[in-house]
Design a protein around this ligand. Structure first.
Ligand code: AMP
Ligand code: MG
Length: 350
């Protein structure tokens, strides 16, 4: 008769095998994709390399579609709508575009019009719609004044089911202020659908994170507006995002003056005082829009707009190197150089 006696050695061996199967090391898979003129680096930490590769393939296909359909200046659904608006006509939009229009209206409302996705014609006047940096001079004063007086805003859209027109023919939609966030949010949904739990998506310092980096949080750097380094580091919790709007990213340089690609819709002129605004949040598109809006709001208005937009963590840097932040943000970040600039702490945001 075989010996049925319990063999502790055998059990130990089985346990070791089981544990090592569960602890199969996570692999790190890294891929660079391209959307909206930016390289998006996606790093996935997962045991299942095949699932990660399949997820990346689907994200790449989505990015290609978004790049085409959301581009305000290249042939696609958005440029078709812009052409219809300019001609005083109605266009039928997809669910996809409709949800973006409604989103843009919400950002416009909560930012008191500082985030204005109807700013396309002005962005074009300044030359920021080209892939290359604009050259030449600022647009004529009269053109800027005419745009400001026409007051185009996303609220001018007349939306009936999927039929869209505008009561203001001077409006041209440009989703540049939140498209990157929206694209990364959609990529996260795609990765989740493939069962991916741990990843970081990095579009030139704008980030969405999923899960953890092995057992610790993903650590991110907030870009320094003047140098190529980082001004502060922060540990991002699972599902958090970090977005920075910087007037150094794209600009027009003319007679020694730099004009930023972030434009104040109240004046039609580029933002000067704030050189960067960073927001930590839980949704990429919301944080992206908020970072742009806070740049426009400036030192005196950012706190009120941040509250209205539901921002919990924000940091702004002005052209004198002053750092404005709310107490919760201060508690989360580690400044690289404590003496980098005067730190101005605001009242709490929440
Ligand atoms: P971001 O880098 O996210 O701040 O987005 C900047 C882009 O948003 C610009 O290149 C324009 O396409 C667009 N933009 C500029 N000014 C505004 C504004 N006041 N509201 C909304 N979008 C803007
Ligand atoms: Mg933005």
């Amino acid at each position: 008769m075989p010996n049925r006696k319990f063999n502790p050695l055998f059990l130990a061996l089985v346990l070791v095998l089981l544990v090592s199967a569960c602890q199969q090391p996570e692999k790190e898979l890294r891929e660079k994709l391209y959307v909206f003129g930016t390289i998006v680096e996606i790093t996935i930490r997962d045991k299942d390399e095949a699932a990660a590769r399949a997820a990346l393939r689907d994200v790449a296909a989505d990015f290609r579609r978004m790049h085409k359909d959301w581009h305000a200046w290249k042939p696609g659904e958005l440029s078709t709508l812009n052409a219809a608006i300019a001609a005083g006509k109605t266009a039928k939009v997809s669910d996809f575009l409709l949800s973006l229009l409604l989103q843009a209206q919400r950002y416009e409302r909560t930012s008191d019009g500082l985030f204005n996705a109807a700013i396309g014609a002005l962005v074009a006047d300044w030359g920021f719609h080209n892939d290359d940096l604009p050259k030449g001079r600022a647009p004529p004063y009269a053109a800027i004044r005419a745009w400001v007086e026409a007051k185009p805003k996303v609220a001018d859209l007349v939306i009936r089911d999927h039929e869209v027109s505008s009561s203001n023919r001077g409006m041209q939609l440009d989703f540049g202020g939140f498209a990157k966030g929206e694209a990364l949010d959609r990529a996260v949904l795609q990765l989740k659908a493939h069962g991916i739990k741990n990843a970081i998506l990095n579009a030139g310092g704008d980030l969405n994170v999923m899960g953890l980096h092995s057992k610790r949080p993903w650590r991110a750097g907030i870009r320094h507006p003047k140098t190529w380094g980082v001004i502060a580091t922060v540990d991002l919790k699972p599902g958090e995002v970090l977005y920075t709007s910087g007037n150094y990213e794209r600009f027009l340089e003319y007679e020694g003056v730099r004009y930023s690609h972030i434009i104040d819709p109240r004046t039609g002129w580029p933002v000067k005082h704030i050189v960067s605004a960073s927001v930590i949040g839980r949704n990429g598109a919301d944080a992206d829009a908020a970072a742009t809006a806070l740049s426009v709001a400036g030192p005196s208005g950012w706190h009120r707009i941040a509250r209205r937009m539901g921002v919990k963590f924000a940091m702004l840097v002005d052209d004198q190197g002053r750092i404005y932040l709310n107490p919760a943000m201060k508690a989360r970040i580690q400044l690289e150089d404590e003496k980098a600039g005067e730190v101005i702490l605001s009242p709490p945001l929440f």
